[in-house]
Write a protein that binds this ligand. Structure first.
Ligand SMILES: [Fe+2]
Length: 209
């Protein structure tokens, strides 16, 4: 789908793996997570940008994702839960709705929704990703201009995720604080470090492969 919809690396496979790895990490902080909740949170994390209005018609791409989940043996109900989560977790859509911290009701999948949403927000702390995306949409800008735009975006948005309540799971707040330090280091050194995500391949979602 990345190829089909021209999804660049800032929102491509590495980001999908990164979001999945962060969701795996966050899930370890919760008790009483059912197999279904675990799978829905992780699939939503991994697939969320495969139906992003920046790259595709959401109604078409969400249909394709649901079709794929059904072909993988998912029930209609659980596939719908993944689609509902990934079409309502975007920070910019929530922010533009002008109802800060008011989230859609996903009923028994609300925690899975917030795990996927938190995981994507944590990925936003990667300076390199943000710069890469800006280079795609503004190829005319200079290197210095890109760094300035990215820094402004982090100051006005990313570094406020915790303070403004968008990130509220305690474990995620701790991770965000670490990521903020790393982002500041990247700005100070003009570093484009973006470590390869470390997935937990012992996870049950990989078990049936
Ligand atoms: Fe994302």
């Amino acid at each position: 789908m990345c190829k089909k919809y021209h999804i660049d690396e800032s929102h491509g496979l590495k980001h999908a793996k990164g979001t999945l790895a962060r969701a795996q990490n966050l899930l370890k902080g919760f008790d009483n997570v059912s197999f279904e909740e675990h799978s829905i949170a992780l699939y939503a994390a991994a697939l969320h940008d495969m139906c992003d209005s920046k790259y595709s018609d959401v109604s078409i791409s969400s249909y394709e994702i649901k079709d794929w989940l059904l072909s993988e043996g998912w029930s209609n109900e659980h596939a719908n839960a993944v689609i509902s989560i990934i079409t309502t977790m975007s920070y910019s859509k929530l922010k533009n709705a002008n109802l800060p911290n008011i989230y859609p009701d996903h009923r028994i999948w609300q925690r899975a929704y917030h795990i996927a949403r938190h995981s994507d927000l944590l990925e936003a702390y990667i300076v390199s990703r943000c710069k890469l995306y800006n280079e795609q949409i503004h190829p005319e800008k200079s290197e210095e201009e890109h760094w300035a735009v990215v820094k402004t975006l982090f100051d006005n948005r990313v570094f406020k995720y915790v303070k403004d309540g968008w990130i509220f799971f305690p474990h995620a707040i701790t991770i965000a604080e670490e990521l903020e330090k790393e982002a500041i280091r990247c700005f100070d050194n003009k570093s484009l470090d973006w470590p390869e995500p470390s997935l937990d391949y012992t996870d049950s979602i990989f078990a049936y492969e």
